[in-house]
Design a protein. Structure first.
Length: 222
């Protein structure tokens, strides 16, 4: 529906860069449009066009899927929001599209979001599980943090790369922001070895931990 307009924004160099970052994408499936341009374009689309486009699943191009995720983020009603996400999730096939689903309504409706996170994380579907971790780290690691968040996150033992990376990203954020509560997950080795070590590695890359905390973290590698 928007192919002509998206094609006008494409950048061949960026297409090549994106293909390296998202290796499961076919070259024919990507146009090469930078995210700031997609965000700007998404703001220009009227409600009628947006609704029509979102009914046209599956999309052909990666940028169309990113645009769909951006339209989801614009949704104003929380029930409609989760309906749109549930409709779209079966068509999410890479980390970039998954991670673009970060609507502000998540933080405004934490109870409903928590319910959906539990559903996604238990679904067994790769990008639903990843979305759960991405949502946890964006919404529940700061003021909304509680031990139940860690209990849910440590319950996942998934060997798929993009799930493991999101899980490690989540735990690295928890170590940076909720160190005292989170460190027991590592002293008690509640994660599989790969995710355990990757979480510690990513945490050590953060400027938010002290040198003493980083030194202790390095002793916990398995």
């Amino acid at each position: 529906m928007f192919k002509q307009k998206l094609t006008a924004l494409c950048d061949e160099n960026y297409k090549g860069f994106s293909l390296k970052l998202i290796p499961n994408l076919s070259p024919d499936a990507i146009l090469g449009v930078r995210m700031p341009l997609l965000r700007a374009f998404a703001k220009t689309v009227c409600a009628e066009q947006k609704e029509q486009f979102m009914r046209q699943l599956p999309h052909k191009y990666h940028e169309e899927n990113l645009l769909h995720a951006l339209f989801i983020c614009q949704t104003k009603d929380v029930d409609q929001l989760f309906y749109e996400i549930e409709e779209f999730l079966p068509h999410v096939e890479n980390w970039a599209v998954c991670d673009a689903i970060t609507p502000k309504l998540f933080a405004k409706h934490q109870e409903k979001t928590w319910q959906m996170v539990q559903k996604w994380i238990k679904s067994g579907k790769e990008y639903a599980v990843r979305l759960a971790f991405v949502t946890l780290l964006h919404v529940f690691v700061d003021d909304n943090f509680s031990p139940k968040i860690l209990e849910l996150a440590t319950s996942v033992d998934d060997d798929r790369y993009y799930v493991k990376m999101a899980q490690a990203w989540f735990f690295a954020e928890c170590l940076a922001k909720q160190f005292e509560s989170t460190i027991a997950c590592f002293t008690e080795q509640k994660l599989n070895g790969w995710t355990h070590n990757k979480s510690l590695q990513k945490a050590c890359e953060s400027f938010r931990l002290t040198s003493e905390q980083k030194a202790f973290i390095k002793t916990l590698k398995v």
